[in-house]
Write a protein of this length. Structure first.
Length: 457
C-alpha cells in the first residue's frame, strides 16, 4: 500500500502521510462501512490536492480505513492485559484460553496545517501543526506529531523549533516501508524514538554532490523539564542522497534517559512520567544506526532495502511507589530476581540487535503490486534470564493498490509471520503481539489478509 500527498508548506522534504496500525483494535464491520461512506463523501468535496486557507496556510492530510482477518489471534490471552512486556508478571498467559481467526478494523485520520510567510532578504517563516487520531482517539496520549515554527532560506537552510517527528521513524515509514506493506513492522520497531516534543532542528539546503542532491540535518531534543540527576536528551543526525533513480537515507539516533522502549514510534519522554522519581532511578540510554536505499530499475520496477542496528543500555527494575497499587519504573531487559556486581537487585542488561527489511514494487497504470520482508533479529546480551533475546521474527507481505483518482486509493494486503521459537517475542518488538496480532507465546506462525481505503487531500 502506498499514499502520497503534497508536502506541507513548512516541510523542506516530502513527509509521511500514513502508517499501518501498531495493532489493529477490534471494531465491527458496520463501523468500517460507515467510514467508507465518509471517505467517499470527503473525496466528492475535496480535490486531490492541498487546500489553501488564506495567503499563508495550506491544509493537507489523509483518512484511512482498514479491515484485517488474521489467524492464531488470541484476544487478551495475557493474564495482565496491556501490561509492559518488560515486566515479569506480564509473561504468563491465561490457561486454556482459546485462540483462532479474528477480524479487526482500524481508522486513522491526520490533517497537516502548514504555514509559510515571506520575509525580507529571501527568508520565510514556516510552521506546521498536525495530530493523528486512531479509531476516534488521539493516537498516542500525551504526544503531538507536529507543532513547530521556523525560518527557512534557500541558501542557509531551515531552523525549526517545537514538536516534530524524527527522521529515523518518519522516513522509514514513508516512503521506504509503506509502499511495500511493511511500514509498521519496520518503522515502529527497534530502539529509536519518533515523536519529539522539545526539539531544535537544522536542515541544510539541497547541495549538489557527485551529480546528485544531498541534504544533511541535525536534531536535538531536550526532553521534558523537571529532571536533574537523570536529565533526558536525544541527538539525531540524518542525511539523504538522491541521484537519478537512487535514493539513500542514513540516520543515527543517540539518546540518554528517555523511556526505555523497543518501539520506534515512541514519544521521547523521561524515564517515567513523573520527575519526582528522579532520585531512585538509574540512568538509561539507547540508540540506532539505520541505512536505507531505494532504487528504480525502470519507471515501473523499484526495490528497497534497509538495515538497522539497535542498542539498549538496559534499565533495572525498581518500585516507585509502595503499597496497594504500587507503581514501577520503566525497565528494560531485566534479570528478575538477580543482582549485578554492585548488588543492585533486578538489574537491566545491555542488548544489541540487527534488523533488516527489503521490498519490490511493480507499477502498471493505476495499479501497483508489492511484496515486502522484515526480519527482527536475535539479541546479543549477557542477561542470564530469557527476555526474548533468543527469538527472531520474519514477516512477509504482499499487496495490491489501485489509484481510483480524486485522492482515493483502494488496496488489498496479505502477510505471514514466522517466529524462530515459542516464547517471548524478539527484543526489537514493543509487545509480544505487535504488528501481526500473533503472540509467539501462543503460536510461532500466523497469517492475515485484508482490504483498505485511503483518501488524501
Amino acid at each position: 500500500m502506498h499514499v502520497r500527498s503534497l508536502p506541507p508548506a513548512s516541510s523542506p522534504l516530502t513527509r509521511p502521510c500514513q502508517a499501518a496500525p501498531r495493532r489493529p483494535s477490534p471494531r465491527t464491520g458496520a463501523s468500517l462501512r460507515r467510514l467508507a461512506v465518509v471517505v467517499a463523501a470527503a473525496a466528492a468535496c475535496f480535490p486531490a490536492a492541498a487546500v489553501d486557507i488564506g495567503p499563508f496556510f495550506t491544509l493537507t492530510g489523509f483518512a484511512k480505513a482498514e479491515m484485517v482477518r488474521g489467524s492464531n489471534v488470541c484476544d487478551e490471552c495475557q493474564k495482565e492485559p496491556n501490561e509492559n512486556r518488560q515486566r515479569e508478571w506480564a509473561d504468563p498467559l491465561v490457561y486454556g484460553k482459546a485462540y483462532g481467526s479474528d477480524t479487526s478494523t482500524t481508522v486513522l485520520f491526520q490533517p497537516y496545517l502548514g504555514m509559510q510567510v515571506d520575509l525580507p532578504n529571501g527568508f520565510k517563516a514556516v510552521g506546521l501543526l498536525s495530530q493523528r487520531w486512531r479509531d476516534g482517539k488521539v493516537d498516542i496520549e500525551g504526544a503531538i506529531y507536529e507543532r513547530n515554527i521556523g525560518v527557512r532560506h534557500e541558501e542557509y537552510g531551515t531552523l525549526s523549533i517545537g514538536a516534530m517527528t524524527s527522521r529515523s521513524w518518519a522516513v522509514a515509514d514513508f516512503p521506504y516501508a509503506s509502499d511495500f506493506g511493511i511500514s509498521d513492522a519496520w518503522a515502529s520497531s527497534g530502539a529509536g524514538y519518533a515523536l519529539l516534543g522539545h526539539a531544535l532542528r537544522y536542515t541544510s539546503r539541497i547541495m549538489d554532490v557527485m551529480d546528485g542532491d544531498l541534504v544533511l540535518e541535525a536534531t536535538y531534543d531536550t526532553g521534558p523539564s523537571g529532571w536533574d540527576r537523570n536529565d533526558p536528551w536525544m541527538l539525531e543526525f540524518w542525511g539523504k542522497y538522491t541521484r537519478g533513480g537512487l535514493m539513500i537515507d542514513a540516520s543515527v539516533q543517540v539518546s540518554r534517559n528517555g523511556q526505555p522502549v523497543s518501539w520506534g514510534h515512541a514519544p521521547f519522554f523521561g524515564l517515567t512520567t513523573n520527575p519526582a522519581d528522579d532520585d531512585i532511578l538509574g540512568g538509561s540510554s539507547q540508540g540506532i544506526f539505520q541505512l536505507m536505499a531505494r532504487y528504480y530499475f525502470t519507471p515501473k520496477i523499484e526495490a528497497t532495502a534497509g538495515v538497522r542496528f539497535n542498542r539498549w543500555s538496559g534499565a533495572y527494575a525498581v518500585p516507585t511507589t509502595f503499597g496497594r497499587g504500587g507503581l514501577w519504573n520503566n525497565m528494560f531487559n531485566v534479570d528478575w530476581g538477580g543482582t549485578d556486581a554492585n548488588g543492585v537487585p533486578n538489574p537491566g542488561y545491555p542488548a544489541r540487535t540487527t534488523d533488516l527489511m527489503a521490498g519490490v514494487r511493480y507499477l502498471h497504470g493505476k495499479w501497483a503490486f508489492n511484496t515486502g520482508m522484515v526480519y527482527l533479529g536475535k539479541a546479543s546480551t549477557d542477561n542470564p534470564s530469557e527476555r526474548g533475546q533468543s527469538n527472531s521474527a520474519l514477516i512477509n507481505t504482499v499487496g495490491v493498490d489501485y489509484n481510483f483518482g480524486h485522492g482515493i486509493r483502494f488496496y488489498g494486503l496479505a502477510g505471514m509471520v514466522h517466529y524462530d521459537r515459542k516464547g517471548l517475542a524478539p527484543l526489537s518488538m514493543p509487545s509480544h503481539n505487535a504488528f501481526t496480532n500473533v503472540d509467539p507465546r501462543v503460536a510461532t506462525r500466523g497469517n492475515w489478509f485484508g482490504v483498505g481505503a485511503v483518501f488524501t487531500f
